[in-house]
Design a protein around this ligand. Structure first.
Ligand code: ARG
Ligand code: ZN
Length: 876
């Protein structure tokens, strides 16, 4: 069944209040829901009340405390329809259901993780708890009573403020919670169990005292300190930058080890995948710390962008997600190095969102149809949604953007709204017409901008010819030109940035050039010498840019741009050109030659002590194998790409050997571990130097030494990865893996890393290793983190292993998807998206991929999640 945006209708009945009582039991939890409704004005008296349900066992149904006659209601698996309801007076429906949290492996609704009761309701999980109008535009005030055995379930939590609790005399106890803020059901949460806690407090700008609590498994409390610190910094930042204060007396975070996604912004009670809460130097990498900071902030920021103002329907998901990602990006940029953060964001966007937008699963940021909403929690909705928000900020400038946001918070607080409502706030605040700009929300596909420049020395003019096309995507064959804000600089021969005396052919505001036509010719006057154009500075628009440049011109940008992001982009473009050329050489059987200008530019950057180490590490991180495949676009041979990349890296390693050896020493830390960005940057640079050194030396020795010497997880896991990926099956690699496993045997999050290192060893033989690991006693097919660490990373991050020429990687995936789907459809569907680029493979592999997809499609009783993804992947 397909849901269409255009079919949106408000509910017939208005929900006023919700009263929930849970009697918790692993296999027989009783839920009583008392719901007060009234018929919406103008709705015909014969319209029934239709409530959503999913795999529910209903044990009672009352209208105003009286049983409802059998002929007055119909219950199917998915709906409860009640007829003969009062015309205008409010009435109370009482539904009792019985749940089995212990056997709920889908991790949606009420489930158990490590003996803790916990819920996940977004998007449509609440209907797995009780029959309910389970849609985001139904906002109500909730009271929640929780009853459970006191000894085994001492902690009883729900949204809002704590009302009270007491023992019940029979070994049980209860707690009551009241959330005064009207909310949709997807923000409901309940957590109950035996957990440890870290406590702190925060005083808001207006003087409200807020209790902060982070709940973790007993014994793990010290590992929640960084998350608590990140939370307090997020709260302060949202006050200072967006003027948003927290609005309850308590804010709680619970870390659980079985969770389908990253985390969930339930009102006042965020639930987190513990991977994004727990950290200490011994067990967390710098990337883990950065993720924790970003996700703690993200979920906290949802309190305003998502909770106080929510979505009218799930088509509007980007209203809260794109905007909240934009906010967490800004937060991290303020806490760390803005340029380095931007580079990481763009790398992620290109690695994850661009392939989605260019493949069978492409969809608009604001889709108009879906079969399974869980499949739309995508990088397009999140990351492209964030980029689109960022472009509004670029178009309007900081002050008008702020005015638009203020208007949005002011006007829509307490409402469930649409993208159109959001855009209107910026139009009204700025007086700008954003009609054309809005196409970014509605047209799928990454726009391609082709640019070329001509310099006229006699006239002292420079003309930039720009053309844009938005490629066709499934369901959208033709596209309109969009409004593309391109930040730019003209760099003269001496490296200075040139200002034109006048510009014609495009609106230019500050350093932003507005490309609005399909084709635009822009002339800059008063340009004294041939300039090099740096286009899309800071990645001001999420586009593909084709701008043929000599490597000398790219090197000019890499050397002189004042925008650090653009310097990195220029180096990365040079590297990409070299890698694409090298891949062609490998396939043609001719020798690979590495562009000397690339080596020189890289070495100049890496040796420049004026640049922050994190930036230099980003320069050294060449485009990935999938970046190269995407650039080539079709007929890809992952083995050739891997070989070409290895050769280019070796050429750089050989040329820069002295430099890398020097950096490996100078970047060594002499101080106690600190997770701050500057220290992390030094570790990043030192570890990239190590990777190149090991290539140049062609021996495992140095990696083995680094592994033994490491005093933090970043260095340890990097050394392990370098060793195991470069020299798999050597006694050194085997010994290191063994010692790592023994040392962290009781830490699930670190063991995930152990699985991932092995799943990502390049080469066809890794499939057999992965299959062996599936049978390892530490593998656990019920834990999403573990499944992602092994099966997910193999499929997503091991191009040569997964894309084995004999197709066995795809067949392995097909078996795994069919195995995971019945117990956890969301997880299965997510991992299956690793097949999204199958059409750009060479024909032999593509045929194998198609066969594996067809095998999945033919599976008996597929979930809507998997069947939606597999059908779109095969078709698009
Ligand atoms: N709203 C959550 C976040 O981004 C994601 C929850 C997604 N859950 C799901 N079952 N699709 O912060
Ligand atoms: Zn979110």
């Amino acid at each position: 069944e397909i849901i269409h945006l255009e079919d949106y209708q408000p509910t017939d009945f208005v929900l006023e209040r919700v009263d929930l009582t849970f009697e918790l039991d692993p296999l027989e939890t009783k839920v009583e829901a008392r719901l007060i409704f009234h018929r919406r004005e103008g709705v015909a008296a014969d319209r029934p009340l239709v409530l959503d349900g999913d795999e529910l066992k209903m044990t009672g149904l009352l209208l105003d405390q009286e049983p409802i006659a059998a002929e007055d209601y119909t219950e199917t698996g998915e709906t409860l329809t009640i007829r003969g309801l009062p015309d205008s007076a409010p009435f109370e429906i009482t539904v009792t259901t019985e749940l089995s949290p212990q056997t709920n492996t889908k991790l949606m609704g009420l489930y158990r993780t490590n003996d803790v009761y916990c819920t996940q309701c977004e998007a449509e999980g609440f209907r797995r708890i009780t029959f309910f109008p389970d849609r985001p535009d139904v906002l109500a005030v909730y009271t929640v009573n929780i009853i459970a055995d006191k000894a085994t379930v001492p902690l009883l939590l729900s949204n809002g403020n704590f009302l009270g609790g007491a023992g019940m005399g029979d070994g049980r106890h209860f707690a009551a919670w009241f959330d005064p803020h009207p909310k949709p059901s997807y923000l409901f949460a309940l957590v109950a169990g035996d957990l440890g806690v870290v406590e702190d407090s925060f005083t808001t700008l207006s003087g409200r005292e807020v209790v902060l609590k982070i709940y973790v498994e007993h014994g793990k409390e010290p590992r929640a300190a960084y998350a608590m610190d990140a939370l307090k910094r997020s709260m302060r930042w949202d006050e200072e930058v967006f003027g948003r204060e927290y609005d309850l007396d308590i804010f709680m975070i619970v870390a659980v080890s079985d969770f389908n996604m990253g985390a969930m912004e339930n009102k006042g009670l965020n639930v987190f995948n513990d991977k994004y809460v727990l950290a200490d130097p011994e067990t967390a990498t710098d990337q883990d710390y950065a993720n924790i900071e970003a996700i703690i902030a993200h979920e906290y920021f949802h309190n305003w962008t998502g909770n106080r103002i929510t979505c009218r329907d799930w088509f509007q998901l980007c209203l809260k997600e794109g905007l909240t990602v934009y906010r967490d990006h800004q937060f991290s940029a303020d806490q760390r190095s803005r340029a380095v953060k931007r580079i990481a964001e763009v790398r992620h966007l290109k690695a994850e969102q661009f392939p989605e937008d260019g493949g069978p699963l492409a969809h608009p940021v604001r889709p108009t149809r879906y079969r399974e909403i869980n499949n739309f929690y995508t990088t397009t909705v999140y990351e492209k949604g964030s980029e689109v928000t960022g472009m509004i900020a670029t178009l309007l400038g900081p002050d008008l953007f702020k005015a638009g946001m203020d208007l949005y918070f002011d006007r829509h607080d307490g409402q469930a709204v649409t993208i159109e409502d959001f855009i209107r706030c910026f139009e009204e605040a700025s007086g700008r017409d954003l009609t054309q700009f809005s196409l970014w929300y509605h047209q799928a596909g990454t726009p391609l901008v082709s640019a070329s420049g001509t310099y006229d020395a006699s006239r002292q003019t420079f003309t930039l010819q720009l053309e844009q096309t938005v490629p066709p995507t499934p369901g959208q064959s033709t596209k309109q030109p969009v409004h593309i804000p391109l930040r730019f600089a003209l760099i003269s021969e001496d490296g200075t940035i040139t200002e034109a005396s006048s510009v014609s052919g495009a609106e230019v505001t500050g350093d932003v050039l507005h490309l609005v036509e399909r084709s635009q010719s822009v002339t800059f006057e008063g340009i004294a010498s041939r300039p090099v154009v740096s286009l899309n500075r800071g990645f001001s628009a999420p586009i593909n840019l084709h701008f043929e440049k000599s490597s000398a011109d790219r090197a000019q940008i890499a050397r002189f741009e004042t925008d650090l992001f653009a310097r990195w982009q220029a180096l990365n473009d040079m590297a990409l050109d070299a890698l694409v050329a090298a891949t062609a050489s490998v396939r043609a059987g001719t020798p690979v030659v590495c562009d000397q200008a690339l080596i020189d530019a890289l070495m100049a950057t890496v040796s420049d002590d004026a640049l922050e180490p994190a930036f230099r590490a980003q320069a050294l991180a060449l485009p990935s194998e999938s970046d190269i495949a995407r650039e080539i676009g079709r007929d890809n041979d992952p083995d050739a790409i891997f070989a070409a990349r290895r050769e280019i890296m070796t050429a750089i390693a050989t040329a820069g050997r002295e430099t890398f050896a020097g950096l490996f020493e100078t970047m060594r830390s002499t101080e106690a571990f600190s997770p701050d960005a500057a220290s992390a940057g030094r570790r990043a640079l030192r570890n990239s130097a190590l990777a190149y050194l090991v290539l140049a030396e062609n021996a495992p020795t140095r990696a083995v030494e680094a592994f033994s010497a490491a005093d933090n997880m970043t260095d340890l896991s990097q050394a392990l990865t370098i060793l195991v990926h470069r020299f798999p099956d050597t006694p050194e690699a085997t010994a290191a893996l063994e010692s790592f496993q023994t040392r962290f045997a009781d830490n699930a999050l670190v063991l995930d890393k152990w699985f991932t290192v092995q799943a990502t060893i390049p080469g066809a033989a890794t499939l057999e290793r992965v299959e062996t690991l599936m049978a390892h006693p530490l593998f656990n097919g019920l834990n999403p983190n573990r499944v992602r660490a092994l099966v997910g990373t193999f499929a997503f991050s091991n191009p040569t292993g997964f894309n084995r020429a004999d197709g066995k990687g795809y067949r392995f995936l097909a078996r795994q998807i069919l195995d995971i789907d019945p117990r956890n459809p969301q997880l299965a569907a997510r991992i299956l998206t690793s097949m999204r680029s199958w059409r750009s493979l060479e024909s032999g592999r593509a045929e194998h991929a198609r066969a594996a997809l067809s095998e999945i499609a033919a599976g008996a009783k597929l979930s809507p999640d998997v069947s939606d993804i597999v059908e779109r992947t095969l078709k698009g």
